[in-house]
Ligand binder design. Structure first.
Ligand code: ARG
Length: 733
């Protein structure tokens, strides 16, 4: 899920209307100053201290950012702690990669689900990290006053780096915490975030994809929705409670705070609050930025991703092993592909170009009405616009070079990783001095060992026949779309040799290369030679593709110092122009909250979408001929007997609901809470009519899609028989 805003016009137009606080991804430390009164008026029953406190346990201690080492602050999803033993809820699509890693054709957890029936069955996940914010701080005043206006862009960056490194070092308390400092409001403000990072995070439970991914890519990004998009993990710590790498000795986390569950049925208009780690928005994007996206950014990506998905899908449908191996990559690309299509459509349907443009006209009038303002902001928009139009030149070439060339077939990316080996071998060969030669040999052997390890990992999720077809399709597209003076020499030769038949080119490359199968790599690494490497077509192509990617990249102008400065000034100007407006910064993978209400919507003329869906809707969508709409037998039985336990209401089982909270990608898995900070559901998606929400918030159309906590617990308890996990929770009514 993703987010964003067109704050301005909206605010100007509606500032007299009582604003429902749906828009905004707010920073926790300003809750009391900016939002608390509003939230109270809307029904919030917690004190600021109960929500965000550094000294006492508070709600924020239950909010978790999920990431992969070595970048624990690169949050791809959010999770929430729900038990005194470190149990954690997130989305099925957030745990998808881990579920896939643990799956084989013998135990296909993607297809069948996975449930640890006791703690010893919980599965470790190498590299998965769970971060909890310890504290955050406004460090703007330690940075901005040190930056004189005359600094060049690079001097400014190095000065900022120097200051932030010092601040981070001090705050890390000798490595106890992971500290991140980020710029906000396009470089006008800086905030520091201090996290505790847990590294032993185990998989506890996941429904089958026929529940967790019900509706598949057809329903993705859409309402009405019937997906049980949740998965369960647990954080473990060292016996003393400190974060630690995986170990047998580790014990379940004793959290400072965990979220209780509330089982009162969800009602239209009830207060709804979400905490999490939204990844990125561009709510101050200008009209020229929109033009760039629509003309140069979306079309090539949508084309390349679409083609790749087609090839993958053919192979995945034909072979269960391939299906498992490519499931996670497929889901990721399919999600982004549909997102880009939806963003492009949303921008056009909602006429965001003209909306932004109208605001820019207003901004410019305000600027020109005052000579000081004119001096400071007069050229800002012109510079930004020029930079966007400059960037257009050659941008689509860059995308093709990147995702259909270098990033096309896996074989190419993989072969490229043998470049270091080549240079170690050359250095070893040239060395005459006996002693030095020995050292060089050691380095060479070390590299070979590293590559052996990598090869095991690479082939785990690899299918040669699939990749060969991907190569044929991607390389053809690359060849057709890249200007001919940038065509790699070997590729040109092969196109000649095989008369433009890319299937034959692919067959040739895969047959001749040492990198297309695990056994070939093994034999190569047993006795690597420069000669073999030098004539390996995949290795040669990898290097040539990379060179043409660099050339494409150099041709694209990304704006210089003045663009950065203009972007910073534009946001400063926008804020100065509206002195009474409360501003929230664009999302940037830092902890935020958003509050609003449970709400239905009217997607288009004559159509009303209710805010809630039920299990009966799952049955309506059932289609045994489409693997996206299969309903598991057991679920059908529970439905037939209406065996919903304490989770049903009036003979009905709620599945999903909507709120008007402002979220985006990175918020997936976020807790959706009521006025008391109790868990009501897990956020997992946004809706089709507001796909451009990262660029402009649309109050009438934009909704967060939530899997209702009743459905989560029903699946755990009644469907999976994992009542022992429900017993860990605190359940209020
Ligand atoms: N659109 C959701 C997001 O970006 C992901 C949903 C995953 N489900 C799916 N069918 N691919 O967070």
């Amino acid at each position: 899920m993703k987010k964003l805003s067109f704050i301005l016009t909206f605010v100007i137009l509606f500032s007299c209307v009582k604003l429902k606080a749906d828009e905004g991804m707010w920073l926790p430390i300003f809750l009391e100053r900016l939002n608390y009164t509003d939230m109270q008026e809307m029904g919030l029953q917690l004190t600021p201290e109960e929500i965000y406190s550094v000294n006492n346990a508070s709600l924020k201690d239950a909010i978790v950012g999920l990431a992969n080492s070595p970048t624990p602050q690169g949050f791809f999803c959010t999770a929430e702690i729900v038990s005194p033993e470190g149990l954690m809820f997130t989305n099925h699509h957030c745990g998808y990669g881990q579920i896939q890693e643990h799956s084989t054709t013998d135990h296909d957890y993607l297809a069948d689900g996975f449930w640890a029936m006791n703690k010893s069955e919980e599965l470790p996940n190498e590299g998965l990290t769970a971060s909890v914010l310890y504290r955050m701080e406004d460090v703007t005043d330690s940075i901005i006053p040190m930056l004189s206006d005359t600094l060049s862009g690079s001097d400014r960056s190095s000065k900022i780096k120097e200051i932030t490194s010092r601040l981070k070092k001090d705050a890390s308390e000798d490595g106890k915490y992971n500290v991140v400092i980020k710029s906000f409001f396009s470089g006008n403000e800086y905030y520091m975030f201090v996290y505790e990072v847990y590294k032993d995070v185990r998989l506890v439970g996941a429904p089958p994809s026929s529940i967790g991914k019900f509706g598949g890519d057809t329903d993705n990004w859409m309402w009405p929705r019937h997906t049980g998009d949740f998965a369960i993990f647990r954080i473990y710590t060292a016996p003393d409670g400190s974060p630690a790498e995986y170990s047998d000795e580790n014990i379940p986390l004793k959290p400072k705070h965990f979220l209780p569950i509330n089982l009162a049925p969800v009602k239209q208009n009830e207060f709804s609050m979400i905490w999490g780690f939204p990844g990125g928005t561009e709510r101050n994007l200008t009209s020229s930025g929109i033009e760039f996206k629509v003309n140069d950014f979306y079309p090539p990506i949508v084309e390349v991703f679409g083609k790749k998905l087609e090839v993958w899908k053919d192979h995945m449908s034909a072979d269960q092993e391939v299906k498992i191996k490519y499931a996670s990559d497929y889901a990721g690309i399919a999600n982004a592909w549909k997102l880009f299509i939806g963003q492009d459509k949303g921008i056009k349907d909602l006429d965001l170009y003209n909306e932004k443009n109208a605001f820019e006209v207003e901004f410019q009038l305000w600027v020109e009405a005052d000579s000081n303002r004119n001096e400071k902001y007069g050229e800002v928009l012109e510079i930004i616009n020029k930079s966007n139009s400059d960037m257009s030149n050659g941008y689509s070439t860059l995308i093709y070079a990147s995702i259909s060339g270098s990033g096309g077939a896996d074989l190419i990316g993989y072969a490229g990783k043998f470049g270091a080996l080549k240079s170690f071998m050359e250095k070893y060969k040239e060395e005459k001095d006996k002693k030095k030669k020995e050292t060089k040999k050691k380095k060479l052997d070390k590299e070979v060992d590293k590559l052996k390890g990598m090869s095991v990992e690479h082939f785990e999720n690899y299918d040669m026949f699939t990749d060969e077809d991907v190569f044929a399709v991607m390389t053809k597209m690359y060849f057709d779309e890249i200007p001919s003076d940038m065509h790699p020499a070997l590729l040109t030769k092969l196109v000649d040799k095989f008369k433009g038949d890319f299937s034959k080119i692919a067959a040739y490359v895969f047959e001749k290369s040492n990198f297309s199968s695990e056994s070939k790599v093994e034999s190569f690494l047993a006795k690597p030679t420069l000669k073999a490497l030098g004539k390996d077509p995949a290795f040669i192509l990898a290097n040539e593709f990379r060179a043409s990617l660099m050339a494409a990249s150099q041709k694209v102008s990304r704006g210089g110092d003045d663009t950065k400065t203009a972007e910073r000034l534009y946001v400063e100007g926008i804020m100065e122009m509206q002195p009474n407006k409360k501003f929230y910064p664009d999302a940037n993978s830092t902890l935020r909250f958003t509050y609003g209400e449970v709400l239905d919507y009217y997607p288009r003329d004559a159509v009303h979408f209710d805010y809630i869906t039920h299990l009966s809707g799952v049955m309506d969508k059932e289609n045994p001929d489409s693997d996206e709409f299969i309903v598991p037998e057991k679920l059908k039985e529970l439905y037939a007997s209406q065996d919903y336990g304490i989770y049903g209401e009036d003979g009905k089982m709620v599945v999903c609901y909507l709120s008007n909270n402002d979220i985006t990608g990175g918020n997936s898995g976020s807790p959706v809470m009521n006025a008391k900070g109790e868990l009501k559901g897990i956020a997992f998606d946004g809706n089709w009519e507001a796909m451009s929400s990262d660029i402009a918030f649309e109050p009438d159309l934009q909704r967060t899609i939530v899997v209702d906590i009743h459905y989560v617990l029903f699946i755990m308890d009644k469907y999976a028989g994992a009542g022992h996990l429900v017993d860990e929770l605190t359940i209020n009514r």
